[in-house]
Design a protein around this ligand. Structure first.
Ligand SMILES: [Zn+2]
Length: 62
């Protein structure tokens, strides 16, 4: 799966605010994700991000 800046993705576990949707604001060794529910930004290693993302809403065929 390939991800681009600005893609909206869904994760397995929801953020504490209840949203499962995140916008990718940075890719590379680390992924930066912005919660679409509350705007909170998290950074996680690429491998962990790839495991927790279940669907790319912006590009479902990626
Ligand atoms: Zn949130």
């Amino acid at each position: 799966m390939d991800y681009n800046i600005g893609d909206i993705v869904r994760t397995k576990k929801p953020h504490p605010c209840g949203s499962k949707l995140w916008e990718i604001t940075r890719t590379g060794v680390d992924f930066k994700l912005k919660c679409q529910g509350c705007g909170h930004i998290i950074v996680m290693p690429r491998e962990k991000a790839l495991k927790s993302i279940t669907k790319n809403i912006t590009n479902p065929n990626n």
